[in-house]
Design a protein around this ligand. Structure first.
Ligand SMILES: Nc1nc2c(ncn2[C@@H]2O[C@H](COP(=O)(O)OP(=O)(O)O)[C@@H](O)[C@H]2O)c(=O)[nH]1
Ligand code: SF4
Ligand SMILES: [Mg+2]
Length: 399
């Protein structure tokens, strides 16, 4: 990812679904005006979902997901179909591409039902209009196009644009709580786990959101915090700290100044603060022999280093004084069967989009397993959760 690019997790994900040879890859190429996807007469050429970040004019930054065909055969084929279905959990807008010369089939209807169940906004594209003798018959809200001649592609792009706009009524990280010119102090410890020469994504995004709200972010290291607060000469509206420094920082920030952490903000932004706060209570009920799932959203967890693999298991053992088992997953793998776990501790999910994070929370909820996240769990174990969620108390108590 280039430094000036919108991170993938913040882009609208457009998933393209359909049978083999319906023209999914061709439609992607037609709407992007580039040869990004491999088009082939050979069925099953796209064998794994392919995600590409791109600027889709005039829509802006998106991620387009090209998926394998939904009618793939054999054992390997079934696995590919499963992967295509899994991509629905990342998809903000689904496009079902149907071979218009064949018409809608069982596979098309099956995925359409899943798309509807998941409340994903969708469009149906009847492709290969050029193969018909006359104009295609109107089927609900389907758009007739030909990826080959370009017919209908402009109309399709406009429809995608309308879907994207509807999703644009964005949530804010913190600026919804601020007034213009409010001072917000951000505490960013620079220790060996901090990446060289830059800030991590949640910090960058929070600063940007405060700026967008017309408020004033003041960024300090934990070592300068006390002096900075004195020098500021007035109480800040809010202090936001890295959760690992919460204990130390909470002693320096006067009790009447609201204090929270980046991970609490991200939990509120990406998922459901109420769920993860409730999930943290389950950490007090652990018994010896219980199994705890620790799950991270990316595999190259440079930013999270050993928090999930070493630190949280250690703190949790100290906290519960019980000898439980820990299982660890990372990246796109998230177990289908959660029933063996007593509690799930997920990372902040900064590399996951909101839909995927919500999906994981929903899986846990459906299985009746409490789920919390790193920041919330750490705050709970250190006895500072109450203070860090106090700025959002209304949201957590209310529905
Ligand atoms: N006539 C016609 N052929 C098309 C059209 N779109 C795709 N094709 C052909 O259909 C085949 C499968 O296309 P592809 O994009 O690879 O389909 P995918 O498997 O769904 O990704 C290729 O031979 C394409 O050239 C179209 O609009 N009209
Ligand atoms: S919070 Fe999760 S997604 Fe973000 S860097 Fe850490 S492990 Fe990866
Ligand atoms: Mg393809």
């Amino acid at each position: 990812m280039g430094l000036n690019q919108t991170p993938s997790s913040e882009r609208i994900h457009i998933g393209i679904y359909g049978k083999r040879n319906a023209g999914k890859s061709s439609v992607i190429n037609a709407i992007t005006g580039q040869n990004l996807a491999i088009v082939s007469e050979v069925k099953g050429t796209t064998t794994d979902p392919v995600l590409k970040a791109m600027e889709l004019l005039p829509l802006g930054p998106v991620v387009v997901i090209d998926t394998p065909g939904l009618d793939d055969e054999g054992e390997l084929g079934a696995l590919r179909v499963q992967k295509a279905y899994q991509m629905l959990n990342k998809t903000d807008i689904a496009i079902l591409v149907v071979d218009g010369s064949v018409g809608m089939t069982e596979e098309d209807l099956k995925i359409l039902n899943r798309i509807k169940e998941k409340s994903i906004p969708y469009l149906i594209v009847m492709n290969k209009a050029d193969l018909l003798d006359g104009p295609g018959t109107a089927i609900g809200k389907a758009v007739w196009v030909s990826a080959k001649t370009g017919e209908g592609i402009q109309e399709l792009k406009e429809k995608i644009g309308t879907c994207v706009e509807k999703q644009g009524a964005e949530k804010k990280i913190v600026s919804d709580l601020l007034e213009p010119l409010d001072f917000v102090v951000l505490v960013v410890p620079i220790d060996s786990s901090a990446p060289k020469g830059r800030l991590i994504l949640p910090q960058q995004q929070t600063i940007r959101d405060i700026l967008d709200g017309g408020a004033v972010p003041i960024v300090v290291k934990d070592t300068e915090l006390e002096s900075a607060l004195v020098k500021l000469g007035q109480k800040p509206k809010l202090v936001i700290t890295d959760s690992q420094a919460f204990g130390k920082v909470s002693k320096m920030v006067p009790a009447d100044v609201p204090l929270t952490s980046f991970s609490i903000l991200m939990a509120r932004y990406k998922g459901d603060l109420k769920t993860v706060v409730k999930g943290a209570e389950a950490l007090d009920q652990l018994q010896s022999g219980d199994c705890v799932l620790i799950s991270e959203g990316c595999t190259h967890h440079r930013q999270c280093e050993d928090i999930g693999t070493v630190k949280i298991p250690r703190w949790l053992k100290e906290h519960s004084e019980k000898n439980f088992q820990v299982e660890f997953t990372s990246g796109t793998e998230f177990p289908d069967d959660l029933s063996k776990y007593k509690v799930i501790i997920h990372c902040g999910g900064c590399m996951l989009n909101e839909r995927e994070m919500k999906y994981r929370l929903k899986c846990a909820e459906d299985a009746g397993i409490p789920i919390t996240n790193y920041g919330t769990a750490i705050a709970h174990m250190k006895g500072i959760l109450k203070r860090s969620i106090q700025p959002f108390e209304k949201e957590i108590i209310g529905d």
